[in-house]
Write a protein that binds this ligand. Structure first.
Ligand code: SRM
Ligand code: SF4
Length: 573
């Protein structure tokens, strides 16, 4: 039901709209091109569709120049992203992902900032086998990327484990119910026969329609006081409201997102605004109607301005709320009070309900692999073999070995010790509060290093932190290789966005609890300048901060940077 007063932006549809329209509900020619042995790649149109099946064609950028010189096609390989709502994996699923990464991937697993697994380096000929084995393990990759609702995140905080269980169930339900209905995935990857299409039997997408959404769409559920999922960065955020130990419902927040383009002020990170409260059983209805508003009024002409945050800002949050209530046929209740303390993880052992234990492991950059001196992957494999609970992948790229029984705790603890798996305690709190996106060598959009460089930069920042007595001070630091913001850079108290090899824009002033965006402090600077800036700022912080004051708040109070009060003033004073 389209409101005739509201309008979508005018302009001819972008090329991706055209590709989706002609794709026969996301089929395109994927089935055929995946069989072609002449190239290890696939045509661009099919690659656009491939995203809806949870994968991207990439090439190893470390090898790009050399292969070009040798007149070889790029070292094509695929990235595969699993859809795993709430980041919960069973030990058996962990073992399958581990095994697949050895057989078909690059011997690593990436724990992403949206609580799931990515595998890198899969060759075209191994894609189908990999996807089939993932499905056999009761996981899938449907809609993990593309212009649809993505992996639904939920708080992984082990402190309130009874609430976690409930909230996780809702995130699973949202994720499942908001899936595309096309059988394209099953036909292409799982050899399902297509049912002959007649107007009655042919599938339709009751919610998405044949063009799907104008852009990706993301949902996250937070459980205060932890804002680990960065709920305000989501297109649609739900904030759990717990009264007397019971989940009574969720505040609803709309219109967040992190991506932007360097030099284009019409693009900006934005925080979602809280518009009301709904009961748990109303959540799906709210999500579905919000999605259809974006479907109908999102920008299908300019992809850079197609995210829901721009729809909300263009139409106005009150107008979108009124349209939502119109579509729902009922009104949201008034938002309830809530309070967030932080957006990071809490490490080490914690006892939850029913005598179960949870161990949050620090995983730098979210990369699971065997390093020369740190057999992280092997250690986790051995744990998965004896673990009877679950693994929870966190939105800060860490891992919780979760729901460990008291009987099993000693066995798991000794494996943790044997393999030196760390809760990060030997590092500075700054490192434990760090996050970096994948960037080079696999990400085709990276302008600079992130995952491979941030740990090296932090080695040097740790010297400054130690000199100033700040080793135990949690300061969130995030780096992305480009302004797309995959590590939610604009919500790091110290943020870096890649501009060119070795060069970054530096951002300051985000809130420790994820409720305020940062602002650019220095443009296009290299390591030397980064360290000298941080030397001054961190030593001032050590001397001049108020009791309990976080770094992001300090730089604003000290006049180092103006607060960003809304995404629309992210680029201005
Ligand atoms: Fe992202 C595109 C990796 C979370 C905003 N992201 C990409 C691609 C697929 C590059 C591409 O389009 O060719 C990256 C693949 C790199 C690789 O080699 O693996 C990529 N994004 C990631 C991951 C793996 C980063 C990580 O180190 O963990 C995260 C996977 C999440 C998941 O499991 O689904 C990841 N991406 C995010 C987040 C954070 C979040 O969602 O909480 C954001 C910012 C929030 C948001 O969406 O606003 C994010 N990714 C983007 C964007 C910018 C979207 C925009 O609004 O402009 C792109 C580019 C695009 O869509 O055109 C992008
Ligand atoms: Fe790639 Fe940019 Fe996302 Fe980093 S922020 S993974 S460089 S798209």
């Amino acid at each position: 039901m389209v409101n005739n007063i509201l309008k979508a932006p005018e302009g001819s549809p972008s090329d991706v709209e055209d590709i989706k329209e002609k794709s026969d509900y996301l089929r395109g020619t994927l089935k055929e091109v995946m069989l072609d042995r002449i190239s290890a790649g696939i045509p661009d149109d099919d690659n656009r569709l491939m995203k809806h099946h949870g994968s991207y064609l990439q090439d190893d950028r470390d090898l790009r120049n050399e292969r070009q010189k040798q007149k070889l096609e790029p070292a094509y390989q695929f990235m595969l992203r699993v859809r795993m709502p709430g980041g919960v994996s069973t030990p058996a699923q962990w073992l399958v992902m581990d095994d697949l990464s050895q057989k078909y991937g690059n011997n690593t697993l990436k724990l992403t900032t949206r609580e799931t697994f990515q595998m890198h380096g899969i060759l075209k000929w191994n894609m189908k086998k990999t996807i089939q084995e993932i499905n056999a393990a009761l996981l899938d990759t449907i809609a993990a990327c593309g212009d649809v609702n993505r992996n639904v995140m939920c708080a992984s905080n082990p402190y309130q484990s009874e609430i976690h269980t409930e909230v996780y169930e809702w995130s699973k339900k949202l994720s499942d119910d908001l899936l595309p209905r096309t059988r394209a995935y099953h036909e292409i990857w799982l050899d399902e026969e297509r049912v002959a299409g007649t107007p009655e039997t042919e599938e339709v997408e009751p919610m998405y329609g044949p063009l799907y959404l104008p852009r990706k769409f993301k949902i996250g559920i937070a459980v205060p006081p932890s804002n680990d999922v960065d709920v305000f960065s989501q297109d649609l955020g739900f904030i759990a409201i717990v009264e007397e130990g019971k989940l009574i419902g969720f505040n609803v927040a709309i219109g967040g997102g992190m991506g932007m383009t360097h030099g284009d002020q019409a693009t900006y990170p934005q925080l979602a605004k809280v518009i009301g409260f709904c009961k748990p059983e109303q959540m799906y209805d709210v999500a579905e109607k919000v999605i259809t508003i974006q479907r109908d009024y999102g920008n299908r002409s300019v992809r850079k301005n197609a995210r829901f945050k721009y729809t909300v800002d263009r139409l106005g949050v009150e107008t979108v709320k009124a349209e939502l209530e119109n579509r729902l046929g009922w009104s949201l209740a008034e938002a309830k009070a809530f309070h967030f303390d932080h957006n990071g993880d809490r490490y080490g052992w914690v006892k939850g309900v029913e005598g179960k234990w949870h161990f949050t492991l620090f995983v730098e950059g979210g990369r699971i692999t065997d390093y020369d001196d740190y057999k992280l992957m092997t250690g986790l494999r051995e744990i998965a073999k004896v673990h009877t609970g679950e693994f929870r992948l966190t939105s800060n790229q860490n891992l919780i070995i979760s729901n460990v029984t008291s009987q099993n705790k000693d066995a798991i603890s000794s494996l943790i010790e044997k393999y030196g798996l760390t809760d990060g305690r030997q590092h500075s709190a700054l490192r434990r509060s760090s996050m970096a996106c994948v960037a080079l060598p696999t990400c085709g959009l990276a302008m600079a290093e992130a995952e491979r460089y941030l740990p090296v930069l932090i080695d040097k920042i740790e010297d400054i932190v130690n000199e100033n007595g700040l080793r135990d001070e949690e300061i969130t630091i995030r780096m992305t290789g480009c302004p797309n913001g995959c590590a939610r850079h604009a919500l790091g108290e110290i943020g870096f966005i890649g501009k060119a090899p070795g060069k970054y824009n530096m951002y300051l002033g985000a809130a420790f609890d994820g409720s305020r965006l940062s602002k650019m402090y220095r443009e296009n600077i290299g390591e030397e300048e980064i360290l000298s800036e941080l030397n001054v700022l961190l030593s001032r912080y050590a001397k001049e901060r108020n009791e309990g004051e976080h770094f992001g708040d300090f730089v604003i109070r000290a006049g180092v940077i103006k607060a960003t009060t809304d995404g629309t003033n992210f680029h201005h004073e």
